[in-house]
Design a protein around this ligand. Sequence first.
Ligand code: CUA
Length: 316
Amino acid sequence: MNELFRLALDLPPQASSVARHIDYLHYTVIGAAFLVAFLAFLVTVSFLVRFRERPGYTPRARSVPHSLEVVLASFTLVVFIVWWVIGFSQYRDIHRPPPGAIRIYVIAKQWMWQFVYPNGTNSEADLRVPVGQPVEVMITSRDVIHSFYVPAFRLKQDAVPGRITSLWFTAVTPGTYDILCAEYCGAGHSRMRGRVIAMAPSDYARWVGSHVAPDLAESGGKLAAAYGCLRCHTIDGTAYIGPTWRGLYGSRVVLTTGEIVTADDAYLTESMMDPGVKLVVGFQPVMPSYLGMLSGAEAAAIVEYIRSLGATEAAP
Ligand code: CUA
């Protein structure tokens, strides 16, 4: 049934763990729209015949019972709310990775995709993932807004400069799937393509292992020293000019506005790029912006370094 619909609508294969569920919602919404359009068509035709102008027929005003209106309006409302509940729970699911997901950083720039794997390995255009293992992609951009789109996975997420957005998936079938950019980003937008290569876990391990690069967290530590981050942030738990990095990742921080936020990847990246936006209580707004100085991969490495200094994996 599922496969029949997919072929009829000419959709790409369902190559991720979420694709099937997203398609079901898609079919239901399309099916309902077809059904309602067809019913409206039937009613229109029957009214055309029944109330047509003809000799001996005098039109008179009719009214619909109030209760019928209420029932129809409530039914429609309930249907829309059910769709929203299903859609929203799917939306939440794709943003909450299971523990132990492999984290791969995705950096978009005009006009290419770059990927950084946990052991520091880099790749361009081709994103290699193991089949059957959850992968969390941490997406950012070096220039304008792009959108990471894998039709076969039914996943799409904006890549925004200065921010990290994320989603996760599990590839279910080995194969090669297109990555497109789904946000107009300039002259090369249509050529900004890549591929997800879903491989058997053993092949993936061999590939990642054969491309040895400095550990991401380790190079993050070197970058933090080189960019002067450690002149204001300690790594031993004591507050100095800025908050300490030890135990910072995942902790709750109190802002000068009274708001409490979780120090996650998005917050840490934003604080590097736009430090004045979310000031932590008790510190002066003296940090310069690193927007344009740190590349996406460098910012990712520093976040991984902060994570390596002790993470409070608090549930949001
Ligand atoms: Cu990048 Cu469109």
